[in-house]
Design a binder for this molecule. Structure first.
Ligand SMILES: [Zn+2]
Length: 67
């Protein structure tokens, strides 16, 4: 994960950390480390994933495996 970055959005100031894919290192979103506005506190510690940056991986079909 990247270093903490201070950003300002329309909802207030934040300190975030960019989150990258463990496989290809592509940036896929961020996590909120600090939240300035108390109305935004619910975001603390939450991840935001940008869906258009995620790859859809279809798992191989399980064939004849009994559990
Ligand atoms: Zn990746």
């Amino acid at each position: 994960m990247g270093r903490p970055i201070r950003i300002f959005m329309s909802t207030g100031g934040y300190i975030i950390r960019v989150v990258s894919c463990a496989g290809c290192k592509k940036e896929i979103g961020w996590i909120y480390l600090k939240v300035q506005e108390s109305s935004q506190l619910y975001k603390l510690g939450k991840f935001v994933l940008e869906l258009e940056r995620l790859e859809i991986i279809i798992p191989p079909a399980r064939t004849g495996v009994a559990f």
